[in-house]
Design a protein around this ligand. Structure first.
Ligand code: GLU
Length: 477
């Protein structure tokens, strides 16, 4: 086979990649990573990135799963060119290609019944020969054809080897005698998945097939269809699957596997993109990077040959670093999306503006949106502040004295962080107490919680009037 020369033909063409998920359940993070790699590769080269929904399996495909894929892609910001292609809708084209192969003699009609195939296999097992079905119809004379249902099988070469020139795995050689004459069109005229993938990739002009290495073995058979149709082969890059911390294929046992679940956990999409890009691909020691850097750096030779292990701590860490540098307005807008996606009440205009002014003291220490919202509670709450049990313990006769003494200082200081610090300092001095003794009750009064941003930041963000009102509420309780 002249694989190498066909593959090199695509080098000069515009890069076209695709993601081709089957809509049979929640979008897996492995699919998201494959989509991300394909997107990065195409976008960095001025190419196209396409989406094909592989909904040929009618029994397992659902509209909800298709919607989940569209939502997942949108959340991750993986924009694709043109409209999503439905594989099922191309069925007539798949049949047309099967018939072209038939006419060209690279495929044949096979009239074998299930019983005959089973009998062949039984005999092969008894004789200890290969159970790969060898149809007697492969070279049959058409005049002997019965008037009976038939399938169309690919006439696969029986000798020699097929070499998959994989960009990640290297040259993978498969002996042709290990490959049977696969069915391309069933007796009801419906195409098989193996045919559909190739026809669609060809028709969509896909130059680079980047996908999970669970499809590596399929490539040898798929390449035969390209050869039979004399189509240019795509470049193949088969990525090792994602493993859990125990070195086994990532599954529900290890925790969340669905893109939707990570969105619901409130991870920022750009952090998720960064983490997924690092999962099985590396650029030196770089762990934290922007989309622009990822696009600049991403290449197929940086994809690791061994499976990556999913590490939630790393994901948290990278997401935290992204939140720390994201624009405040973008964070607020993503929080609004997060609240909507998780069916929580939307922000009022006041909450939104308060959140925006508080962002500087929130974003440096949060890994995801729920954490950030928890820290922002002081800014989002309206009076009277709901005070939890732990914070309640900070309030009492002693703390009332402290807060009462602080109040006149707060009435007169200029409202900036230094002046507020000086005001707290004066109370510490006159009462001869440490910072914590003032900060504890103040924190409880302002936020109703014990885990909050710094009291100085909270006062600064809330402003004089609101701060004094919350102090007075707490003292009166
Ligand atoms: N539909 C296949 C899957 O979801 C992907 C096929 C391909 O990428 O060629 O695993």
């Amino acid at each position: 086979m002249s694989n190498a020369s066909s593959a090199s033909n695509v080098a000069a063409k515009q890069v076209v990649t695709r993601i081709a998920p089957s809509p049979t359940g929640d979008m897996h993070i492995g699919t998201a990573r494959t989509a991300l790699f394909s997107w990065l590769y195409a976008r960095a080269r001025g190419g196209k990135f396409l989406l094909r929904i592989e909904d040929t399996d009618r029994a397992r495909s659902t509209p909800e799963a298709t919607q989940g894929i569209l939502d997942g892609m949108a959340w991750l910001g993986l924009d694709y060119d043109g409209a999503a292609v439905s594989q099922f809708e191309q069925a007539a084209r798949h049949a047309e290609v099967a018939n072209q192969m038939l006419a060209a003699g690279t495929a044949y009609k096979c009239f074998a019944t299930q019983d005959e195939i089973e009998a062949f296999r039984e005999e092969a097992r008894a004789n200890k020969t290969s159970t790969l079905y060898q149809s007697p119809w492969r070279d049959a004379d058409p005049s002997t054809f019965p008037d009976a249902p038939f399938v169309i099988r690919m006439k696969a070469p029986r000798t020699g080897v097929t070499v998959i020139k994989d960009q990640v795995q290297g040259d993978v050689t498969i002996k042709n005698d290990q490959i049977d004459d696969m069915i391309v069109l069933r007796s009801d005229g419906s195409p098989t998945y193996m045919l559909a993938v190739v026809v669609d990739d060809h028709d969509m002009g896909v130059t680079h097939v980047i996908r999970g290495d669970d499809h590596l073995a399929n490539s040898a058979r798929q390449m035969m269809v390209y050869e039979a149709m004399e189509w240019d082969l795509p470049v193949y890059a088969h990525i090792p699957l994602i493993f859990g911390p125990d070195g086994k294929k990532m599954s529900k046992r290890h925790g969340a596997t669905g893109v939707k679940e990570y969105q619901a956990m409130g991870y920022p999409a750009q952090g998720m993109r960064n983490y997924l890009a690092r999962l099985g691909w590396s650029h030196g020691d770089d762990e934290f990077f922007s989309d622009a850097q990822a696009m600049d750096w991403f290449d197929l030779d940086g994809i690791n040959k061994s499976p990556a292990r999913f590490d939630t701590k790393k994901l948290d860490n990278i997401c935290g670093q992204h939140l720390a540098v994201m624009e405040d307005a973008q964070i607020v807008s993503e929080i609004e999306d997060y609240l909507a996606a998780s069916a929580q009440p939307e922000l009022t205009p006041e909450q939104k503006s308060c959140l925006l002014s508080a962002m500087y003291c929130l974003k440096g220490s949060s890994k995801n949106y729920p954490q950030l919202i928890e820290k922002a509670r002081f800014a989002l709450n309206v009076r009277p502040v709901d005070i939890d049990e732990k914070a309640q313990k900070q309030l009492g006769t002693v703390s009332n004295g402290i807060l009462n003494e602080l109040t006149p200082h707060l009435r007169s200081v200029s409202w900036d962080r230094d002046a507020l610090e000086a005001a707290v300092g004066r109370v510490m001095e006159t009462q001869d107490i440490g910072f914590g003794k003032v900060a504890g009750p103040l924190r409880a009064a302002l936020a109703g919680r014990t885990q909050t941003p710094s009291v100085l930041d909270m006062m600064f963000v809330l402003g004089r009037e609101e701060t004094l009102a919350r102090l007075s509420d707490a003292v009166q309780e």
